[in-house]
Design a protein around this ligand. Structure first.
Ligand code: PMP
Ligand code: GLN
Length: 414
């Protein structure tokens, strides 16, 4: 099982690159779209690259390029119930959501502070909490039955969550829509979590990078918008996810100025300022898309991305069902878990127990069929890995040719 030192020195994202060498897999693994980013967003970058105004090519002032922090306040202020956000004090621009998470953990946690992680969690949280000398405390989402159909069936046990709080609890990490289950936390679920955090004086780091990809007309509820939560929440987002441009490496943290004090110190001592021209391009994209969103235009990128993604979700879910890889249909995001128990039994892949089940299945799928998927046990502590190892994670935000090829492989395999 993975020890603290392997958690700090290895990563599933590097492992999949190494394992894929020489294979050129059909890639439903890592979470990024393998098709063109929106043309209008690409055009914003072209325009900025031709901009003669020196200021968009030099250091940004403060903790983010002003045009971008202003555009983010304009969009997110009302959504967070904070119309009066101050772009200089309440927003920090980072290198991806990854760095926003890192500086938040480093800035908030002192050695020995406890951090509640809801499982499955995006793997970076655990390594970053350990680096900050925090103590992780794990609470799993539990599927309501052995045959769960939807990410909505994966819920927290309120008593189990409450029992995870102690006088040392400093932070709870929330991720909605969740990677890898696709769970979109409902308002009552968030109220339950918020109630405990308020009562125990705990801060929330809310990772909402998939906020615009919520399916079936559900709504994305921001925990910072609930009563008494703004003052204790850092809300984190990612331009990589919002505009399907994961290589642009821009993320942000939005919070009350006092909560950002520690994270700012860490940021100014590390990367300090991120790429100004990319921030300028994103500012232009956000300004346009916020206006389209307010006009309820179907042209709004946030809406068209969601429609496209939902259609791909439905296609993959139907294909998985037909081959006996029972899917947990996600309410949000672009990942889907599929239950591997039946197929592993059928293919007699269960006899070798030298490795965790889903890792074994992932390697078999890659080596025998050239199809890349992610083993969700990496999103669990050793304590609860037995829940996650029964599944495999597919990313379905891929072009039609890739999805078609993957579906053919799955059909052949069944
Ligand atoms: N949080 C979650 C839940 C993620 O899935 C990812 C990976 N895309 C990140 C954070 C990191 O995002 P970024 O690429 O902006 O660093
Ligand atoms: N967030 C991406 C995923 O879950 C991975 C990003 C990375 O390569 N670290 O697939």
């Amino acid at each position: 099982s993975r020890t603290e030192s392997t958690i700090l020195t290895t990563s599933i994202w590097n492992d999949v690159h190494t394992l894929s060498r020489g294979i050129k897999p059909i890639d439903l693994g890592v979470g990024f779209p393998n098709f063109d980013i929106p043309a209008k967003v690409r055009q914003d970058l072209i325009d900025v690259s031709e901009e003669s105004d020196y200021s968009v090519h030099q250091y940004a002032k403060g903790f983010g390029h002003a045009r971008l922090t202003t555009a983010l306040c304009e969009l997110y202020g009302p959504l967070l119930g904070q119309e009066q956000l101050n772009s200089a004090r309440n927003v920090m621009i980072t290198s991806g959501a990854s760095e926003a998470l890192f500086v938040s953990f480093m800035g908030l946690i002192n050695p020995g502070d406890e951090v509640i992680l809801i499982e499955p969690f995006y793997d970076a949280y655990l390594a970053q909490v350990l680096l900050a000398a925090g103590t992780p405390v794990f609470v799993p989402l539990r599927p309501s039955s052995d045959r769960s159909n939807s990410s909505a069936d994966w819920t927290l046990d309120a008593a189990e969550l409450e029992a995870a709080f102690s006088p040392k609890t400093k932070v709870l990490v929330l991720n909605t829509p969740n990677n890898p289950t696709g769970k979109v936390f409902s308002r009552p679920e968030l109220e339950m979590i918020a109630g405990l955090c308020r009562e125990r004086g705990v801060a929330v780091i809310s990772d909402e990078v998939y906020e615009w990809i919520v399916h079936d007309e559900l709504s994305h509820v921001r925990i910072a918008s609930l009563p008494g939560m703004w003052e204790r929440t850092i809300t984190i987002g990612s331009a990589g996810k919002v505009f399907s441009a994961t290589g642009w490496r821009i993320g942000w943290a939005i919070a009350p100025a006092e909560l950002l004090n520690g994270p700012r110190y860490v940021l100014q001592l590390s990367g300090y300022i991120v790429c100004t021209p990319i921030q300028e391009a994103l500012a232009r994209s956000f300004e346009r898309e916020t206006a389209l969103l307010r006009q309820q235009s179907p042209e709004c990128h946030f809406k068209s991305m969601q429609r496209k993604c939902q259609q791909k979700r439905n296609q993959l879910a139907a294909a998985l069902k037909s081959v006996g890889l029972h899917p947990i249909v996600p309410e949000g995001g672009y990942f889907m878990l599929a239950d591997i128990r039946e197929i592993m039994a059928k293919l007699d892949l269960c006899s070798d127990s030298s490795e965790v089940k889903d890792v074994r299945f992932m390697k078999w799928l890659l080596q025998q069929h050239g199809l890349l998927a992610i083993p969700p046990s990496h999103f669990y502590s050793a304590q609860h890995r037995s829940i996650g190892e029964n599944y495999i994670r597919f990313c379905f935000f891929k072009d039609d040719a890739t999805l078609d090829q993957a579906i053919k492989v799955l059909q052949k395999m069944a």
